[in-house]
Design a protein around this ligand. Structure first.
Ligand code: GAR
Length: 216
């Protein structure tokens, strides 16, 4: 059965685009039912419109607090009866109620090799620490910020001449591989969240998730 997907964004939506492209080529057996942004100017909304996907803006600034914003999002999202929620550069901290509502069916991509560098400015922090490798992680979302069980991880090497921007570009390139892959596996019922760990093809994944071969 084709899975129903709702994607949450706040910005450019290049990961959304990578997932839309992977649906178009048949890699992902899924359908994006709606794209929701907390920012009206997010370019990802344009990408959705271009593909005739409902593009919804729900501005967090229109709500009194986090809880009422999240409740409004749930109301909006659940109209589409999603099997999967994809956070693709959605830059809002979610309330425990929201996270619990979608437990086991919400993925996020984070621009670091989790559990390293939770939070912001991950590329800068990797450079400042002198790391030789960096990357990105797709994980299931739990109440702990950037702390849910890891699904897929992609690495890039950090070279002497890298700066924050060049590293961000390298990471973006591998994000566009691992996020469609994670969504593909989820939609094929090959990537499954359980209380005792993440299953891939019936086997429990190690804590660092499934490792994708580096592009470089
Ligand atoms: C991506 O690099 C993603 O890893 C990051 O936002 C970017 C969104 O880019 N997410 C986070 O930092 C979440 N904490 P995109 O809008 O082009 O997909």
């Amino acid at each position: 059965m084709t899975k129903r997907i709702v994607v949450l964004i706040s910005g450019s939506g290049s990961n959304l685009q990578a997932i839309m492209d992977a649906i178009d080529t048949g890699q992902i057996n899924g359908r994006i039912e709606a794209v929701l942004s907390n920012k009206a100017e997010a370019f990802g909304l344009q990408r959705a419109q271009n593909a005739n996907i409902p593009a919804i803006t729900l501005k967090h600034t229109d709500f009194e607090d986090r809880l009422s914003f999240d409740q409004a999002m749930i109301k909006e999202i659940d109209q589409y009866q999603p099997d999967l929620i994809v956070l693709a550069g959605f830059m809002r901290i979610l309330t425990p109620d929201f996270v619990r509502h979608y437990q086991g069916r919400m993925l996020n991509i984070h621009p670091s090799l989790l559990p390293k560098y939770k939070g912001l400015h991950t590329h800068k922090r990797a450079i400042e620490a002198g790391d030789k490798e960096h990357g990105c992680t797709v994980h299931f979302v739990t109440e702990e910020l950037d702390g849910g069980p890891l699904a897929v991880q992609g690495k890039v090497s950090v070279t002497m001449d890298d700066n924050e921007e060049s590293l961000q570009q390298k990471v973006h390139a591998i994000e566009h591989v691992i996020y469609p892959l994670a969504v593909e596996l989820y939609c094929a019922n090959k990537l499954i969240w359980t209380q005792s760990g993440i299953l891939m093809d019936g086997n429990t994944l190690p804590s660092q998730g499934y490792q994708v071969a580096p592009l470089d």
